[in-house]
Write a protein that binds this ligand. Sequence first.
Ligand SMILES: Nc1ncnc2c1ncn2[C@@H]1O[C@H](COP(=O)(O)OP(=O)(O)OP(=O)(O)O)[C@@H](O)[C@H]1O
Length: 838
Amino acid sequence: MVRNSRVQRRSVKATEEDVELQDVDVDAKVYMACILQGRRIGVAYYDVDTRQMFVLETWEDGNEQFPSVQLIKYQVKPDIIFTSTKMDDTFLAALKLKVGFDHAAVEHAEVHEVRVLRSSVFTYQQARHRLAYLWITGMDEDFTDKERLHLLNSFMNLDSEMQVRAAGGLLAVLQQKMLVGASDVEEYKMTPVQIESISELSLNGFLNIDAATHDALQIFQVDKHASSMGIGKEKEGFSVFGLLNKCVTLMGRKLLRLWFLRPILDLDILNDRLDTISVLQCSQEFLKDLQESLKHIRDIPQLLKKISSPSSRTTTKDWLMFSESVGALINIRAMFQVALSQRQQSQLPLSDLQIVRKILSSINEELVYIKNLVTGVIDFDKTSGEHTAPRIVHGICDELDELKNLHEGLPDFLDKINLLSQLSNKLHLSFVFFDTDSSVIIAGYLLRFGVRLHENVLECLPDFQLAFEGGCEDGFFYRTSKTRELDEVIGDIFHKVLDMEQAVLRELEKRLGEFSSTLRQAANVAAEVDCLTALSIVAHEQKYVRPVLTEDNILVISNGRHPLQECTVNTFVPNDAHITQKGRVCVVSGPNYSGKSIYLKQVALIVFLAHIGSFVPAEKAIVGLTDRIFTRIASKETMAVSQSSFMIDLHQIAIMLRHATSKSLCLIDEFGKGTLTTDGVGLLCSTLKQFADWELPPKVLACTHFSEVFNPKFLPKSENLAFYTMSILEPDDGQQSSGSIDDIVFLYRLVLGHAVPSYGKHCDNTRPEAAGVAPQILVRANEILELMTETKNIERLDSQQTAAKDQRYKTFTEKLLFWDDDKGDTHGFLSQVFSHSS
Ligand SMILES: Nc1ncnc2c1ncn2[C@@H]1O[C@H](COP(=O)(O)OP(=O)(O)OP(=O)(O)O)[C@@H](O)[C@H]1O
């Protein structure tokens, strides 16, 4: 019954969409859907031949050609791309662009079609609904909705909104064309076509990191505003981004965020960034000066948008910021020119750096012209306030100058007339001028009398006409032939001046529009300089070193540190990592609190930072290019599918096993502890075995408390497996442990070998105490542990209450034994016994 109603609901939706989807009359090999929201891009594509669907969520950097989209198109080669009606023209143009890496390739590139579908096809709810009822090979017919959703979640992350929306939109088209079936519609069940698999697409050229990994590694951390309701701006909390973000411009911050979101694999670009940091960090003085100049650069693209928009009015402040920004750009160029002339002899010439070339070519003479143009037109001295309309300098237009002179002399002129008129007829009258800004909507010159003119007087003055009375200048205001004459001769000078100034401003804005691409390019270069300056400052302050990036599939770190953790402890113990051909699956054991998780994360963070082009917290690091970092670290509630913590863990492992390649880095932190120990051991050992069986496994770092992993019956020996432990100092063998925290010294040092699993009681005695666990619980835990180790019976725990009860029962039993029914008083005996027991 329930099932039928669902079929009905679905059919209604299908007909609504059919209105538009009917038009999809193409026969293609590769169908793709691509949508954009803010800077997030969602992509899904389906290959008809292999019946595989791929999804991807990525970020764009604001470049109008959308390079990631072009890269995906180049990789996927779609015949048709579907997108939503809500996409803007720039994005549509980017989707339509033919792709190829040189002119000849573009010439010969296949033309693909771009079709726009109603935006509702791409809503998250509809998309998720469609995905939820999708038939994928391997799905059992008996699967419940929940089971199907769980399986789907192991194929793709249902929390990634954009990829879900793109996939849903694409499915609408595919279902319309009967290319794929849905599990809840009978007629589709007849169609044997199913999707073979759904996978997350790895974007060639990028180190792919999902949100869970960002979270686990604390790459970003947003703190809500401190106000109780969380209202207000969010700010970056204690995170790797927060640590490295020493940018001083908004554009720099945005770009650095993008570098963090999309670490790259291009060795040329990465090495160039590293070269730049090497050079810059040598001169702290230069870095300081550079940041001083950068601070004056505002969000140039935003200012340009305001300047070129016909609907928004610019203020003096906008022009001041614009002029200062251009001035600062010119200053930065000058600083590099001076540095270039001084550093010719140095080992790494500045002129070899890409960023220096960009500065010299993008911040060119045109910017000097722009700066002169703006300061030559806008009168920054003559403004009445930052938020008022800008004024124009003298000397731009003769007519405007004349009017301005007249307007400036107007108060004197009116005073003279007033004086004359008062002298001539001794009446309290004056010439006043109202403009439209005044509370009275009247423009022009009026004659003011302190009293209303009598009708007899007005009869003698036929050209006098009462305009109005009162107003802010108390009195009676008349138009006369003389005031009309004044209107005609000098008129509304103020507004004429404003109009003419606006016209000059529009001309200036138009002129600047011609240089908008130069300005944008210069702004992009400034953002890059800001990011590199920030990374150089951090590299110097935190004593990071330059990593060696290599195509070889290895990872060698000497004395690596955790960038965040080292800021929070007095002495941080550095550790090595050595992953080359053998022993790529590293199992790290050790007691609680011995530094296992920190070690895993620090290795991943060093790899991550190297792919941004940053120096890394280590003494030496050779980092092989990595395609993805996977994590099974802290379980986090997910909104897309209601899952238990253990289910989330399983999904993370499933995604890892499905998508990892030899070039991936996988972090597994205590997988299997969220279920029965036996099940957990089984799952962990089989996962590690699966990786160890590869010819060249991914680089795996797994930490665990399960001692079974050392038993070859559970985890067969393999040269791909390597065992490490976090060393601790225990009391000498002969010495009796008091079981206190002081007995163990955590050395936080990774060494080869196994951890003998006798740490339990030490750990139980140490950290839980620190975490506020009551001492009696710890004592009892120790007792149980010891009895279990010695395979003895665990006796009942005696308390005062149980002892009192025991005593009562004992007394009762004794009395019962000595009682003789023939001799005694039965009634008295019973009342005595029951009064005791009650
Ligand atoms: N290399 C190090 N140098 C100094 N202190 C460290 C180091 N590594 C870890 N620590 C300290 O030890 C604490 C615990 O580390 P971590 O969480 O990695 O332990 P763990 O072995 O993973 O514990 P558990 O098994 O309980 O998860 C950290 O919060 C930090 O204060």
